[in-house]
Design a protein around this ligand. Structure first.
Ligand SMILES: CCCCC/C=C/CC(=O)SCCNC(=O)CCNC(=O)[C@H](O)C(C)(C)COP(=O)(O)OP(=O)(O)OC[C@H]1O[C@@H](n2cnc3c(N)ncnc32)[C@H](O)[C@@H]1OP(=O)(O)O
Length: 415
């Protein structure tokens, strides 16, 4: 089935170079980036599927992994759907041929055009990254039977893991588990959350919850993700991070079951913007909601540039997304970002009692209600996500952004 996705698109036209402005900024500022070996912790998804194993700092997939993944694709039991097939096609082409230089097919060549668009959207993503993303995607597709009750033996180790996924009482819980770093999201965590969502969409649970361990819900993107990038790789990294971000947010847009955020404490950056893609958001009265994008020289993501103005009106959204105004839980409730606020001392008890009751409702009825409420906006949300990710890739190489991140990493600044 999948082998039909792999025929070559022939013909060559000039490629898509990075903009001269970006290249200039990278050249001027590259020397200010941090260097030195990254010493990230190991991260684990607690999941019996063999593909979701311990992984350390990002590694490039070997040709052998790539070849294995191509074989795995042919063995998939279920059709992954056109959107995923297009992603696989695009990554395969990028990994084997590099950026799309083929002539754009005519408007009426629907299939060829969709394939060309998917490939072309990868821009200058390096071949190695495309290979890795292809392997990751195939691995997540093969892992669809994952995520049942966490084995008791694993629970002992969970404290040291960055992401813990459990499934119990009809609820799959994805817990951010880096309390010492305020649950900041590493690159590996983005990938692991995507895999966990893919698995949760297929498992027997009825609702899915995202929450955090410790005093924070999440402090947003781990700013160390910007560390250790060789000067000549800054642009490449910005592009591959934008692809990762887009794929990550797409998983939330497309998630088919009720998705609930249990916001146990302060939330920052992408952990706030994503809330607009959840069905229900419960917050402790200790939680705050902070999107300091301008302070960081960055721009909004998670479809917030579209959802927040619709949800709270343009001027309240501007206070958050342009001026970085931090909201209390009660203010977020008043703006519609939060569904309900609970006193911190009874938060866990009250919220989980509610969720357990919801998880007893008929699953198909819940999915159908969600689909009816969301499907008309889906296409728009994917377009907004693509644009926000593209713009962020530009911001990441900007002087404003680099200065802010250098200040944080050198301990000169904090929110
Ligand atoms: C694929 C890529 C997608 C990218 C998507 C883009 C998203 C955009 C965003 O999410 S923007 C938001 C980025 N987040 C921040 O700017 C928060 C930075 N952190 C802080 O300002 C503060 O740490 C704090 C206000 C969250 C908490 O302050 P507090 O004083 O209570 O605690 P500490 O500062 O001592 O924090 C404890 C340790 O945790 C580390 N840490 C916290 N947040 C982050 C982070 N986002 N990135 C990296 N590290 C973080 C902090 O450095 C401390 O570490 P240390 O103990 O080793 O010093």
């Amino acid at each position: 089935m999948m082998s039909r996705l792999l025929p070559a698109v022939s013909g060559r036209v000039p490629g898509v170079p990075p903009t001269p402005a970006m290249a200039r900024v990278v050249g001027l500022l590259a020397h200010r980036w941090f260097s030195g070996a990254f010493r990230g912790p190991l991260q684990v998804i607690r999941c019996p599927a063999p593909q979701l194993h311990v992984s350390g700092p990002a590694m490039a997939a070997s040709q052998e992994d790539f070849a294995k993944a191509m074989n795995q694709v042919k063995l998939l039991k279920e059709d992954p759907g056109n959107e995923v097939k297009l992603k696989l096609y695009a990554l395969y082409k990028q990994a084997t041929e590099g950026p799309c230089n083929a002539p754009k097919p005519g408007m009426l060549d629907f299939i060829l055009k969709a394939k060309w668009d998917a490939w072309n959207a990868l821009g200058n993503l390096p071949k190695e990254t495309a290979r890795q993303n292809y392997v990751d995607l195939v691995s997540s597709l093969s892992a669809s039977s994952c995520s049942q009750v966490t084995p008791a033996a694993d629970k002992k180790q969970a404290e040291s893991d960055s992401l813990v996924v459990t499934s119990e009482d009809g609820i799959t819980t994805i817990r951010l588990n880096r309390p010492a770093k305020k649950n900041a999201l590493t690159t590996q965590m983005y990938r692991d959350i995507m895999r966990a969502l893919e698995a949760a969409s297929e498992d027997s649970s009825r609702i899915t919850v995202l929450t955090g361990s410790g005093d924070y819900y999440c402090s947003g993107n781990d700013l160390s993700n910007f560390k250790d990038i060789p000067p000549d790789k800054v642009e490449e990294r910005a592009q591959s991070s934008a692809v990762l971000l887009r794929d990550f947010v797409d998983c939330f847009i497309d998630f088919p079951k009720p998705l609930i955020a249990v916001v146990n404490g302060p939330a920052v950056g992408i952990s706030v913007t994503l809330l607009g893609l959840f069905d229900v958001v419960y917050a402790s009265d200790r939680a705050t909601f902070h999107t300091p994008f301008s302070h960081l020289g960055q721009s909004p993501e998670g479809c917030s540039s579209y959802i927040f103005p619709k949800m709270m009106g343009p001027s309240k959204a501007a206070e958050m997304l342009i001026f970085g105004k931090k909201l209390t839980a009660r203010e977020a409730l008043a703006q519609g970002l939060v569904t309900a606020v609970f006193p911190d001392d009874t938060f866990q008890k009250e919220v989980w009692a509610r969720l357990k009751a919801y998880a007893k409702l008929p699953p198909n009825a819940m999915r159908i209600a969600k689909r009816l409420m969301r499907h008309q906006e889906k296409e728009k949300l994917h377009a907004v996500n693509a644009e926000e990710s593209r713009v962020l890739a530009e911001r990441w190489v900007s002087d404003e952004c680099i200065t802010a991140i250098v200040a944080f990493l050198s301990k000169k600044a904090k929110l």
